[in-house]
Write a protein that binds this ligand. Structure first.
Ligand code: PLP
Length: 287
């Protein structure tokens, strides 16, 4: 079924939505994005995503032609027009179309391009993968060093997903030059040791996950210890549990890393509990 999508203020059938070949998002990956999940037809943590979008734009000296209130209204409109009960809204803002190709940023008064579309995932909350957990491989982190900005340069993460698929697993975890895990291709990475949840500290070398922030808050409230520090693949393989978080997977147990089972090789109780808490709390707060 054809979706209704959003392009620069218009709601259009997806086949009629067009962006210029000179758009800097297309030519230079000069754009940022957000993915907000939808449960029960409502937006999960929209405020967090809007805040991170504003930060990504500011870091790149971009202005958003649409206010946060307009973005919220547009997200809700897309949910309604496409009848989304569970799924995601993808939003992208680029520096726009300066009319030709040039490395220099165009005049900041040039309006950016704003597009958004829905992805219908009827079993998002009840994903079969969450019952068995992800298997991951590790690969070198060859991305640029400002991955805290959520840009649309996703070629290397895409290669990481392809490498995982070729290896017969679900995802790749990136490892930096010092041998520490940074994050997954499109998610933040964690290990569990006893009552302690360990995840890399915020910096320019990971995306500041909106799910990460909520999960760490809920974990602390549930009396888990939270330690923000780097860990290696060997430490992760020897941990009691591992998991990943992202808006598209919530809390996803990780049961195997580079062929070695983590813990029992089944989703662990901490990851399962955190997933339940996250879904309960975020459903209550959805707008
Ligand atoms: N890390 C990377 C590299 C990502 O691409 C994502 C999400 O796309 C995340 C972490 C998780 O971020 P969030 O929880 O905001 O979805």
């Amino acid at each position: 079924m054809s979706r209704t999508v959003y392009v620069n203020g218009d709601y259009l059938p997806e086949a009629e939505a067009k962006v210029s070949i000179f758009d800097r998002g297309f030519l230079m990956a000069d754009g940022v994005y957000e993915v907000t999940s939808v449960l029960d037809g409502k937006l999960i943590d929209f405020g967090g995503h809007a805040k991170r979008l504003a930060r990504s734009l500011a870091e790149l000296e971009m202005t958003c032609p649409v206010s946060e209130a307009e973005l919220l209204a547009m997200h809700r409109e897309l949910v309604a027009r496409n009848g989304i009960e569970q799924g995601m809204i993808y939003l992208q803002v680029t520096r726009g179309n300066p009319g030709d190709r040039s490395f220099l940023f165009p005049d900041p008064s040039l309006p950016g391009t704003v597009v958004a579309f829905t992805q219908n995932v009827p079993n998002l909350a009840d994903a079969p993968a969450a019952k068995v957990g992800f298997k991951v491989i590790s690969i070198p982190d060859l991305r640029w060093s400002r991955v805290d900005i959520k840009t649309v340069q996703l070629l290397y993460p895409s290669m990481g997903k392809v490498a995982a698929k070729k290896a017969g697993v679900d995802d790749s975890w990136f490892v930096d030059e010092a041998g520490s895990v940074t994050e997954g291709t499109s998610n933040n990475a964690y290990i569990v040791k006893g009552n302690r949840i360990i995840t890399r500290a915020l910096g320019s070398d990971i995306l500041h996950g909106i799910t990460r922030a909520a999960v760490l808050r809920f974990a602390a409230e549930a009396q888990f210890e939270v330690e923000e520090r780097a860990f290696t693949i060997a430490e992760a393989q020897a941990a009691d549990e591992a998991f990943s978080t992202a808006a598209s997977i919530f809390v996803m147990p990780v049961v195997e890393i580079d062929g070695a089972a983590v813990g029992t090789g089944k989703p662990g109780p901490v990851a399962v509990r955190l997933r339940e808490i996250y879904l309960d709390e975020m459903r209550k707060a959805a707008i």
